[in-house]
Design a binder for this molecule. Sequence first.
Ligand SMILES: [Zn+2]
Ligand SMILES: [Zn+2]
Length: 260
Amino acid sequence: MATIRLLGTAAYPRVGETVHLLVRAGEDCLLVDAGTGTPATLEELGYSPGDVTDLFCTHSHADHLLGVPNVLLGRFFARIGAIRATPPAAPLTVRGNEATLEDLRALVGIVTPGLDELLADEDELRGTEAGDSFSIGDITATVLPAEHPVPTQGLCFEGERRVVYTADTTATPALRERVGSCDVVVHEAMYADEQAALAADLGHGTAREAGAFAEATGASELWLVHIADRYERPDRLRREASAEFDGRIVIPDRFDTLSL
Ligand SMILES: [Zn+2]
Ligand SMILES: [Zn+2]
């Protein structure tokens, strides 16, 4: 069965790993963004960077992109036998919008020998636009347009269920129209109503907006992630989302898993 596992849920790595996902389907293993502790997280779950066949970078903010160089470095080290890890069994495809891939190239160039040096000859970079699709095992992932201060893309996964991950975004009708209907929404909910102006300034969403989004898609389940660490008890976010959404609301823990 294909699964989506949350490797982190936080908006900032003070109280835990930032939001990133591991999607398993057949032999394929997609990492959506990476946190600063991703190599250790993969190890904890019995994987290594060499097992990652696909990497999708939603955008180039620190909480999503900073861990990516270590994943690439891990694959490189495993390939040349420099660390105790199995060498990559399959090529890696790195996807993201062109601006994000450009930022990734610059970042990797600063902190390691450079992207071309870390990638194997058979690995590749693919720029993505909203509406593009790719396969992870027998799952189809379709790129979604998010609305954030830098170019950002989410993903819609289609297996036996349709699961949407919005990435970082403000509430946008364009995203809602693109998604249409789905079964589960994993939506950022950085702020409560009280900080709605701050959310808008920063290009983030509120729990209420996440609830309205999920309701409009007809989803039965809404997972709220990327919650600001100012809310030690996120009950108010759940309450505000439930004012708009009739389905089940989940505030997941790290490693919680969705079936696809
Ligand atoms: Zn962001
Ligand atoms: Zn973020």
